[in-house]
Design a protein around this ligand. Structure first.
Ligand code: ATP
Length: 362
Protein backbone atom coordinates (compact mmCIF):
# COMPACT_ATOMS: atom_id res chain seq x y z
CA UNK A 1 0.00 0.00 0.00
CA UNK A 2 1.28 3.47 -0.79
CA UNK A 3 2.23 5.60 2.23
CA UNK A 4 0.14 8.76 1.91
CA UNK A 5 0.87 10.14 5.38
CA UNK A 6 2.66 13.46 5.71
CA UNK A 7 5.96 12.93 7.51
CA UNK A 8 7.60 15.58 9.67
CA UNK A 9 11.21 15.33 10.78
CA UNK A 10 11.65 16.55 14.36
CA UNK A 11 15.00 17.27 16.02
CA UNK A 12 14.54 16.64 19.75
CA UNK A 13 17.05 18.29 22.09
CA UNK A 14 16.03 17.48 25.68
CA UNK A 15 19.12 19.31 27.03
CA UNK A 16 19.57 19.62 30.79
CA UNK A 17 17.72 18.85 34.02
CA UNK A 18 14.00 18.21 33.66
CA UNK A 19 14.32 18.75 29.89
CA UNK A 20 15.35 15.07 29.95
CA UNK A 21 11.98 14.22 31.51
CA UNK A 22 9.47 16.54 29.86
CA UNK A 23 10.69 16.21 26.25
CA UNK A 24 10.31 12.40 26.10
CA UNK A 25 6.86 12.88 27.67
CA UNK A 26 6.05 15.50 25.03
CA UNK A 27 7.21 13.21 22.23
CA UNK A 28 4.86 10.57 23.60
CA UNK A 29 1.80 12.80 23.44
CA UNK A 30 2.83 14.17 20.02
CA UNK A 31 3.01 10.58 18.73
CA UNK A 32 -0.43 9.94 20.24
CA UNK A 33 -1.79 13.09 18.57
CA UNK A 34 -0.41 11.92 15.21
CA UNK A 35 -1.84 8.45 15.68
CA UNK A 36 -5.25 9.87 16.53
CA UNK A 37 -5.18 12.14 13.48
CA UNK A 38 -3.98 9.48 11.06
CA UNK A 39 -2.93 11.99 8.41
CA UNK A 40 0.68 12.45 9.43
CA UNK A 41 3.53 10.94 11.40
CA UNK A 42 6.74 12.08 13.03
CA UNK A 43 10.29 10.95 12.43
CA UNK A 44 12.25 11.96 15.51
CA UNK A 45 16.00 12.21 15.94
CA UNK A 46 17.19 12.93 19.49
CA UNK A 47 20.41 14.85 20.12
CA UNK A 48 22.45 14.54 23.34
CA UNK A 49 23.49 18.18 23.32
CA UNK A 50 23.70 20.05 26.63
CA UNK A 51 25.76 20.58 29.75
CA UNK A 52 26.80 16.92 30.19
CA UNK A 53 28.35 17.11 26.75
CA UNK A 54 29.97 20.45 27.68
CA UNK A 55 31.55 18.90 30.79
CA UNK A 56 32.77 15.85 28.89
CA UNK A 57 33.86 17.44 25.62
CA UNK A 58 34.02 21.21 26.09
CA UNK A 59 31.05 22.25 23.95
CA UNK A 60 27.26 22.13 24.39
CA UNK A 61 26.81 21.08 20.75
CA UNK A 62 29.22 19.67 18.16
CA UNK A 63 30.76 21.60 15.32
CA UNK A 64 28.45 21.50 12.33
CA UNK A 65 25.50 20.79 14.67
CA UNK A 66 23.59 23.79 13.45
CA UNK A 67 23.75 22.63 9.84
CA UNK A 68 22.36 19.26 10.86
CA UNK A 69 19.32 21.04 12.30
CA UNK A 70 18.56 22.90 9.08
CA UNK A 71 17.16 19.77 7.42
CA UNK A 72 14.43 19.27 10.04
CA UNK A 73 10.84 20.54 10.00
CA UNK A 74 10.95 21.62 13.64
CA UNK A 75 13.12 21.55 16.75
CA UNK A 76 11.68 20.39 20.08
CA UNK A 77 13.86 21.73 22.86
CA UNK A 78 13.94 21.07 26.63
CA UNK A 79 16.24 23.38 28.52
CA UNK A 80 19.85 24.44 28.94
CA UNK A 81 21.27 25.13 32.40
CA UNK A 82 23.35 23.22 34.92
CA UNK A 83 24.76 24.36 38.26
CA UNK A 84 28.20 23.05 37.20
CA UNK A 85 28.30 25.28 34.09
CA UNK A 86 28.12 29.09 34.19
CA UNK A 87 24.65 30.12 32.95
CA UNK A 88 25.94 32.42 30.22
CA UNK A 89 27.98 29.55 28.73
CA UNK A 90 25.06 27.13 28.67
CA UNK A 91 22.66 29.75 27.29
CA UNK A 92 24.98 31.05 24.57
CA UNK A 93 26.33 27.55 23.85
CA UNK A 94 23.00 26.00 22.95
CA UNK A 95 19.72 27.91 22.93
CA UNK A 96 21.13 31.14 21.57
CA UNK A 97 23.62 29.22 19.39
CA UNK A 98 20.58 27.81 17.61
CA UNK A 99 18.10 30.71 17.64
CA UNK A 100 20.52 33.46 16.60
CA UNK A 101 22.08 31.94 13.45
CA UNK A 102 18.76 30.42 12.33
CA UNK A 103 17.27 33.90 12.77
CA UNK A 104 14.27 32.65 14.77
CA UNK A 105 13.36 36.23 15.47
CA UNK A 106 9.81 35.91 16.74
CA UNK A 107 9.37 34.38 20.16
CA UNK A 108 5.70 33.74 20.89
CA UNK A 109 4.49 33.07 24.43
CA UNK A 110 0.79 32.46 25.05
CA UNK A 111 -0.46 32.87 28.61
CA UNK A 112 -3.94 31.69 29.45
CA UNK A 113 -5.60 30.32 32.54
CA UNK A 114 -6.33 26.64 31.89
CA UNK A 115 -9.51 25.06 33.29
CA UNK A 116 -9.01 23.80 36.84
CA UNK A 117 -5.81 25.80 37.39
CA UNK A 118 -5.76 28.44 40.09
CA UNK A 119 -4.12 31.81 39.58
CA UNK A 120 -2.41 33.59 42.48
CA UNK A 121 -4.41 36.68 41.45
CA UNK A 122 -7.46 37.80 43.43
CA UNK A 123 -10.45 35.51 42.81
CA UNK A 124 -12.11 36.30 39.50
CA UNK A 125 -9.42 38.69 38.26
CA UNK A 126 -7.67 36.11 36.11
CA UNK A 127 -10.69 34.34 34.66
CA UNK A 128 -10.36 36.17 31.36
CA UNK A 129 -6.58 36.33 31.31
CA UNK A 130 -5.71 35.42 27.71
CA UNK A 131 -2.53 36.96 26.36
CA UNK A 132 0.10 36.34 23.74
CA UNK A 133 3.45 37.91 24.45
CA UNK A 134 5.65 38.46 21.40
CA UNK A 135 9.30 38.70 22.35
CA UNK A 136 11.87 40.09 19.91
CA UNK A 137 14.30 37.19 19.75
CA UNK A 138 17.32 38.26 17.73
CA UNK A 139 18.72 41.56 18.97
CA UNK A 140 18.27 44.06 21.78
CA UNK A 141 19.88 43.13 25.07
CA UNK A 142 20.75 39.63 23.78
CA UNK A 143 22.63 40.73 20.67
CA UNK A 144 25.89 39.76 22.31
CA UNK A 145 27.48 43.18 21.79
CA UNK A 146 29.75 44.39 24.58
CA UNK A 147 32.86 43.26 26.34
CA UNK A 148 35.07 43.27 29.38
CA UNK A 149 38.29 45.22 29.75
CA UNK A 150 40.86 45.62 32.53
CA UNK A 151 39.87 42.27 34.02
CA UNK A 152 40.52 41.92 37.71
CA UNK A 153 41.56 45.54 38.20
CA UNK A 154 39.57 48.08 40.16
CA UNK A 155 38.84 49.93 36.93
CA UNK A 156 37.43 46.81 35.25
CA UNK A 157 34.55 47.57 32.88
CA UNK A 158 31.71 45.28 31.78
CA UNK A 159 29.51 46.45 28.92
CA UNK A 160 26.35 44.94 27.45
CA UNK A 161 25.16 47.01 24.54
CA UNK A 162 21.52 46.75 23.44
CA UNK A 163 21.38 46.68 19.67
CA UNK A 164 18.19 47.70 17.90
CA UNK A 165 17.91 48.00 14.13
CA UNK A 166 15.07 49.58 12.20
CA UNK A 167 14.63 46.34 10.21
CA UNK A 168 14.64 44.21 13.35
CA UNK A 169 12.11 46.41 15.13
CA UNK A 170 9.91 46.75 12.06
CA UNK A 171 9.67 43.00 11.42
CA UNK A 172 8.80 42.04 14.99
CA UNK A 173 6.20 44.79 15.35
CA UNK A 174 4.58 43.78 12.04
CA UNK A 175 4.60 40.14 13.14
CA UNK A 176 2.89 41.10 16.43
CA UNK A 177 0.29 43.24 14.66
CA UNK A 178 -0.49 40.38 12.25
CA UNK A 179 -0.82 38.00 15.18
CA UNK A 180 -3.12 40.46 16.98
CA UNK A 181 -5.24 40.61 13.82
CA UNK A 182 -5.84 36.83 13.99
CA UNK A 183 -7.17 37.11 17.55
CA UNK A 184 -10.72 38.18 18.42
CA UNK A 185 -9.78 41.19 20.55
CA UNK A 186 -7.55 42.79 17.86
CA UNK A 187 -5.52 44.69 20.44
CA UNK A 188 -1.78 45.18 20.76
CA UNK A 189 0.21 46.78 23.57
CA UNK A 190 3.73 47.98 22.86
CA UNK A 191 6.06 47.76 25.87
CA UNK A 192 9.25 49.84 26.08
CA UNK A 193 11.25 51.88 28.53
CA UNK A 194 11.60 54.89 26.31
CA UNK A 195 11.67 57.41 29.13
CA UNK A 196 14.99 56.10 30.48
CA UNK A 197 16.50 54.29 27.48
CA UNK A 198 16.38 57.20 25.12
CA UNK A 199 17.93 55.77 21.95
CA UNK A 200 16.90 52.23 21.06
CA UNK A 201 13.59 52.40 22.89
CA UNK A 202 12.68 55.68 21.23
CA UNK A 203 13.43 53.97 17.91
CA UNK A 204 10.87 51.31 18.95
CA UNK A 205 8.29 54.07 19.58
CA UNK A 206 8.99 55.81 16.28
CA UNK A 207 8.88 52.66 14.18
CA UNK A 208 5.64 51.67 15.92
CA UNK A 209 4.02 54.96 14.95
CA UNK A 210 4.77 54.14 11.29
CA UNK A 211 4.05 50.41 11.25
CA UNK A 212 0.71 50.61 13.06
CA UNK A 213 -0.64 52.86 10.26
CA UNK A 214 -0.78 49.69 8.12
CA UNK A 215 -3.06 48.03 10.70
CA UNK A 216 -5.94 50.47 11.23
CA UNK A 217 -8.16 47.62 12.45
CA UNK A 218 -5.92 46.94 15.47
CA UNK A 219 -6.36 48.99 18.64
CA UNK A 220 -2.92 49.84 20.03
CA UNK A 221 -1.51 51.35 23.16
CA UNK A 222 1.90 51.82 24.79
CA UNK A 223 3.24 51.02 28.25
CA UNK A 224 6.53 51.44 30.06
CA UNK A 225 7.73 48.07 31.25
CA UNK A 226 7.60 48.93 34.96
CA UNK A 227 3.99 50.11 34.74
CA UNK A 228 3.20 47.05 32.65
CA UNK A 229 3.99 44.69 35.55
CA UNK A 230 1.36 46.49 37.63
CA UNK A 231 -1.23 46.39 34.87
CA UNK A 232 -0.67 42.65 34.31
CA UNK A 233 -1.45 42.01 37.96
CA UNK A 234 -4.24 44.53 38.55
CA UNK A 235 -6.06 44.62 35.21
CA UNK A 236 -5.18 41.48 33.21
CA UNK A 237 -8.35 41.58 31.10
CA UNK A 238 -7.30 44.92 29.57
CA UNK A 239 -4.44 43.20 27.71
CA UNK A 240 -4.43 40.89 24.71
CA UNK A 241 -1.38 40.77 22.42
CA UNK A 242 1.85 42.30 23.73
CA UNK A 243 5.12 43.08 21.97
CA UNK A 244 8.38 43.88 23.74
CA UNK A 245 12.15 43.63 23.49
CA UNK A 246 14.12 40.50 24.15
CA UNK A 247 14.88 41.22 27.83
CA UNK A 248 11.65 42.97 28.77
CA UNK A 249 9.50 40.21 27.28
CA UNK A 250 11.67 37.56 28.92
CA UNK A 251 10.86 39.01 32.33
CA UNK A 252 7.19 39.75 31.59
CA UNK A 253 6.56 36.23 30.33
CA UNK A 254 7.83 34.65 33.54
CA UNK A 255 5.41 36.92 35.41
CA UNK A 256 2.66 35.89 32.98
CA UNK A 257 3.43 32.22 33.56
CA UNK A 258 3.23 32.66 37.32
CA UNK A 259 -0.08 34.54 37.03
CA UNK A 260 -1.54 31.66 35.03
CA UNK A 261 -0.75 29.15 37.76
CA UNK A 262 2.80 27.89 37.30
CA UNK A 263 5.88 28.27 35.19
CA UNK A 264 5.48 24.52 34.57
CA UNK A 265 2.62 24.99 32.08
CA UNK A 266 3.88 27.86 29.92
CA UNK A 267 4.93 27.18 26.30
CA UNK A 268 6.96 29.12 23.79
CA UNK A 269 7.77 29.07 20.08
CA UNK A 270 10.87 30.56 18.46
CA UNK A 271 9.69 31.18 14.94
CA UNK A 272 11.21 31.98 11.60
CA UNK A 273 8.02 33.41 10.10
CA UNK A 274 9.64 33.23 6.63
CA UNK A 275 10.15 29.47 7.13
CA UNK A 276 13.70 29.40 5.80
CA UNK A 277 14.80 27.51 8.92
CA UNK A 278 13.12 25.05 11.29
CA UNK A 279 11.37 26.82 14.15
CA UNK A 280 12.05 25.77 17.73
CA UNK A 281 9.45 24.91 20.40
CA UNK A 282 10.20 24.69 24.13
CA UNK A 283 8.63 25.06 27.54
CA UNK A 284 9.38 28.42 29.19
CA UNK A 285 10.77 26.83 32.35
CA UNK A 286 14.43 26.05 32.83
CA UNK A 287 16.18 22.88 33.89
CA UNK A 288 14.76 22.98 37.46
CA UNK A 289 17.64 21.08 39.03
CA UNK A 290 15.87 21.12 42.39
CA UNK A 291 13.33 18.57 41.13
CA UNK A 292 15.23 16.74 38.39
CA UNK A 293 15.38 12.95 38.38
CA UNK A 294 12.36 12.65 40.67
CA UNK A 295 9.82 12.13 37.90
CA UNK A 296 7.60 14.93 39.21
CA UNK A 297 8.18 17.70 36.66
CA UNK A 298 5.04 19.13 35.13
CA UNK A 299 5.12 18.17 31.43
CA UNK A 300 2.26 20.50 30.41
CA UNK A 301 4.63 23.31 29.30
CA UNK A 302 6.25 20.80 26.95
CA UNK A 303 2.85 19.52 25.78
CA UNK A 304 1.52 23.02 25.07
CA UNK A 305 4.76 23.74 23.16
CA UNK A 306 3.89 20.60 21.18
CA UNK A 307 0.52 22.19 20.37
CA UNK A 308 2.37 25.21 18.96
CA UNK A 309 4.66 22.89 16.98
CA UNK A 310 1.62 21.19 15.43
CA UNK A 311 0.04 24.55 14.59
CA UNK A 312 3.24 25.70 12.91
CA UNK A 313 3.37 22.52 10.81
CA UNK A 314 -0.17 23.26 9.63
CA UNK A 315 -1.72 20.38 11.61
CA UNK A 316 -4.43 22.57 13.13
CA UNK A 317 -6.86 19.73 13.89
CA UNK A 318 -4.25 17.73 15.80
CA UNK A 319 -3.12 20.89 17.64
CA UNK A 320 -6.69 21.54 18.73
CA UNK A 321 -7.17 17.94 19.82
CA UNK A 322 -4.00 17.98 21.94
CA UNK A 323 -4.94 21.31 23.57
CA UNK A 324 -8.42 19.97 24.34
CA UNK A 325 -6.89 16.83 25.86
CA UNK A 326 -4.64 18.97 28.11
CA UNK A 327 -7.61 21.11 29.16
CA UNK A 328 -9.75 18.05 29.89
CA UNK A 329 -7.05 16.71 32.21
CA UNK A 330 -6.52 20.00 34.07
CA UNK A 331 -10.28 20.65 34.14
CA UNK A 332 -11.08 17.29 35.73
CA UNK A 333 -8.45 17.99 38.37
CA UNK A 334 -7.87 14.31 39.18
CA UNK A 335 -4.37 14.07 37.71
CA UNK A 336 -2.56 17.30 38.48
CA UNK A 337 1.21 17.67 38.94
CA UNK A 338 2.59 19.04 42.21
CA UNK A 339 3.16 22.60 41.02
CA UNK A 340 -0.58 22.79 40.22
CA UNK A 341 -1.58 21.51 43.65
CA UNK A 342 -1.86 17.79 42.86
CA UNK A 343 0.38 14.80 43.48
CA UNK A 344 0.65 13.27 40.00
CA UNK A 345 4.00 12.24 38.54
CA UNK A 346 5.17 13.28 35.05
CA UNK A 347 4.25 9.84 33.73
CA UNK A 348 0.74 9.94 35.21
CA UNK A 349 0.03 13.34 33.62
CA UNK A 350 1.38 12.02 30.31
CA UNK A 351 -0.81 8.91 30.51
CA UNK A 352 -3.87 11.01 31.35
CA UNK A 353 -3.36 13.29 28.32
CA UNK A 354 -2.79 10.27 26.06
CA UNK A 355 -5.98 8.68 27.39
CA UNK A 356 -7.93 11.90 26.82
CA UNK A 357 -6.59 12.01 23.23
CA UNK A 358 -7.75 8.46 22.67
CA UNK A 359 -11.17 9.20 24.20
CA UNK A 360 -14.41 9.99 22.43
CA UNK A 361 -14.92 13.46 23.91
CA UNK A 362 -12.45 15.20 21.62
P1 ATP B 1 17.45 27.58 34.63
O1 ATP B 1 18.71 28.08 35.26
O2 ATP B 1 17.68 26.47 33.68
O3 ATP B 1 16.57 28.67 34.07
P2 ATP B 1 16.03 27.49 37.13
O4 ATP B 1 15.97 26.33 38.07
O5 ATP B 1 16.71 28.74 37.54
O6 ATP B 1 16.61 26.90 35.78
P3 ATP B 1 13.40 27.05 36.40
O7 ATP B 1 13.85 25.76 35.87
O8 ATP B 1 12.50 27.82 35.52
O9 ATP B 1 14.59 27.96 36.73
O10 ATP B 1 12.71 26.76 37.79
C1 ATP B 1 12.20 27.75 38.66
C2 ATP B 1 11.37 27.05 39.74
O11 ATP B 1 10.17 26.53 39.17
C3 ATP B 1 12.08 25.84 40.38
O12 ATP B 1 11.79 25.79 41.75
C4 ATP B 1 11.48 24.67 39.68
O13 ATP B 1 11.45 23.50 40.44
C5 ATP B 1 10.07 25.12 39.33
N1 ATP B 1 9.67 24.52 38.03
C6 ATP B 1 10.11 24.90 36.82
N2 ATP B 1 9.59 24.12 35.86
C7 ATP B 1 8.81 23.22 36.47
C8 ATP B 1 8.01 22.14 36.02
N3 ATP B 1 7.92 21.83 34.71
N4 ATP B 1 7.34 21.42 36.93
C9 ATP B 1 7.41 21.72 38.23
N5 ATP B 1 8.14 22.73 38.73
C10 ATP B 1 8.85 23.48 37.86
Amino acid sequence: MMDTQRTYRIAAIPGDGIGQEVIPAGLDVLAAAAERDGGFKFQVETFDWGSERFLARGAMMPEGGLDRLRGFDAIYFGSAGDPRVPDHLSLWGLRLAICQPLDLYANVRPARLLPGVRSPLRAGTASNLDWVIVRENSEGEYAGAGGRVHRGLAQEVGLDVSVFTRDGVDRIQRFALELARRRPAKRLTLVTKSNAQRHGMVLWDEVFEEVRQDFPDIATDKMLVDAMTTRMVLDPASLDTIVATNLHADVLSDLAAALTGSIGIAPTANLDPARRAPSMFEPIHGSAFDIMGKGIANPIGAFWSGVMLLEHLGEGAAAKALMTAIEQVTGRGEVLPRDLGGTAATQAVTDAVRAALAGKNI
